[in-house]
Design a protein around this ligand. Structure first.
Ligand SMILES: Nc1ncnc2c1ncn2[C@@H]1O[C@H](COP(=O)(O)OP(=O)(O)OP(=O)(O)O)[C@@H](O)[C@H]1O
Length: 498
């Protein structure tokens, strides 16, 4: 358990004093090194950050709330990071937004660097020195400067050197202890040996294809006397397979709103890797909505069971010496929700999920799993939340992942209600469309989504006659401000009260 919360110090030249504080805290936290790690990371040793400020009138309200605006400068309230968003127009970089970062509180890069070649029309950078967002440097990979460490600019050199040496030593020991702790936890809690050789399944019969994803193909199959779904990963996607298997094998993951995991194996002929799952009779929610309209009762059943599933996935629970950490889905969409014969939803496809370990008592999260060797992952384009589209969050950070799931949940609730004939009395129920498909047409691109969702703050349109309760619920799920979004249990509570 973490016992202390360290307050931000606002003085400018107190580094030696803070070093002594840090060492005392290190001693106090020695039994809980993961908490110490998080606190060191979050502790601010620098004065308030100044950032260049230039935003469009429609964005003034959002960004001005992040700090005191003084002409073209902003003194940040809560963050050490400046954000710069630039747009490439006729091969020129034009400023789109310069301000204090509204989402991230800490960041690593000192300067605003963007790597060539540019991959999209909008580029953004987050940096942590005064006015660093005013200039952007386009750099090619080999010239990229070494990553700055934790210490901020403007520091008394001697004190900084001592701090750096001590912090490095602390970090190394903390990492070693964390490594040892987590390894033993993994063994006792999950029993997972992620790269253990798989059993060869020979008595499984694969039949028709149920779905093809980016990495795997899902078949209907027979396993003994049961009809099952079998997710088949080619051997070269084994890291994806292990990722999904790890989530399914977490303690206490068996839940009626999560697709039941029946086992894993390896095909004898070509070595492909198999995950055997409970078969969902209606397939994905997306295909269900394409084929069926539904009554208010059935729509609510779909919405509630989906929210129950997400609420359970996000929960951090312990029971009988077992611990289920919170898990962020990371790719929630109507294709990754399945519908069972009784009209209930179950969650599936945990390849992009993140297992979150918390320091109890604090809202600090840390990725347990090295997510795809540290590469950021992207969820299905239409369901990407504005902060992920804007890259204004560190994709390796975990806290935003839960809020990203809630944004996607709001879009899926909208999809379900758009097929509810009781909500379109006296009119035709529209064809099923993905979120933003109507506004941006079928080929939604990243650039168009950034402009529509992030810049213009637009969301799928909600018919007037739906009434305020539905509209408010959707708005509170897909709010631009991540902190204003509901949690999954709150969404469930609101649905129950409708
Ligand atoms: N248990 C199941 N029962 C019935 N159909 C299923 C089941 N699991 C998956 N499917 C079907 O297969 C499709 C793809 O499944 P899944 O999303 O797990 O694969 P994927 O390769 O991870 O896809 P993605 O590209 O979304 O990552 C689903 O949208 C659904 O139509």
């Amino acid at each position: 358990m973490c016992l202390f919360s360290f307050k931000q110090e606002k003085g400018s030249d107190r580094y030696l004093f803070e070093l002594i504080q840090l060492l005392i805290k290190a001693l106090v936290f020695l039994p809980h090194p993961e908490c110490l790690f998080m606190h060191i990371y979050h502790q601010s040793l620098v004065p308030k950050r100044s950032c260049a400020f230039e935003v469009r009138p429609s964005w003034y309200h959002r960004y001005s709330a992040a700090g005191l605006v003084m002409g073209s400068k902003q003194l940040c309230k809560k963050t050490q990071c400046c954000v710069g968003i630039y747009q490439v127009i006729d091969y020129q970089l034009k400023v789109n937004t310069l301000a204090c970062n509204v989402v991230k509180k800490t960041c690593l890069e000192e300067t605003c660097d963007v790597q060539l070649p540019l991959k999209s029309q909008f580029i953004s950078c987050i940096c942590r020195t005064d006015m660093c967002n005013r200039n952007i440097s386009l750099i090619s990979e080999p010239e990229r400067p070494p990553k700055p460490r934790m210490y901020a600019a403007g520091t008394n050199f001697k004190a900084a050197l001592v701090v750096v040496v001590v912090v490095v030593i602390l970090f190394v020991s903390v990492f070693i202890i964390i490594g040892i702790k987590w390894r033993s936890k993994e063994k006792t809690n999950t029993g997972i040996q992620s790269e253990a050789p798989e059993n060869q399944i020979t008595d499984i019969e694969l039949q028709e294809v149920l779905g093809r994803g980016q990495f795997a193909t899902v078949y209907q199959g027979n396993y003994g006397r049961s009809v099952v779904a079998v997710k088949v990963y080619p051997a070269n996607w084994k890291h994806r397979y292990f990722k999904e298997k790890e989530v399914y094998e977490l303690p206490l993951m068996k839940h009626e709103r999560i697709t039941e995991f029946l086992g894993t194996g390896r095909k004898a002929d070509d070595g492909s890797l198999l995950i055997v799952l409970q078969y969902a009779e209606y397939g994905s929610l997306h295909s269900f909505l394409c084929k069926h309209t539904s009554s208010w009762m059935l729509s609510m059943k779909l919405c509630q069971t989906l929210s129950e599933g997400l609420s359970y996935l996000h929960s951090d629970l312990s029971s009988n010496d077992m611990h289920k950490p919170a898990v962020a889905h990371g790719d929630l969409s109507s294709s990754n929700v399945l519908v069972r014969a009784d009209g209930t939803c179950v969650l599936c496809d945990f390849e992009s999920s993140t297992i979150l370990r918390s320091c109890s008592g604090h809202q600090l999260w840390q990725d347990h799993f090295t997510n795809m060797q540290g590469h950021p992952q992207f969820c299905t384009l239409n369901y990407m939340s504005p902060e992920i589209l804007e890259s204004s969050v560190d994709l390796r950070s975990s806290s935003f992942r839960l809020q990203g799931d809630i944004y996607a949940l709001g879009l899926i609730l909208w999809e379900i209600w758009m097929r509810c004939f009781d909500l379109f009395k006296g009119g035709d129920v529209p064809q099923h469309l993905l979120p933003y498909e109507l506004e941006l047409e079928a080929n939604v691109t990243l650039e168009r989504l950034i402009f529509h969702v992030s810049e213009m703050n637009r969301r799928p349109s909600v018919p007037e006659n739906w009434g305020p309760a539905l509209k408010e619920l959707l708005t509170d799920c897909w709010d631009q401000d991540t902190d204003a979004r509901l949690t999954a249990p709150c969404v469930l509570g609101r649905l129950m009260s409708l």
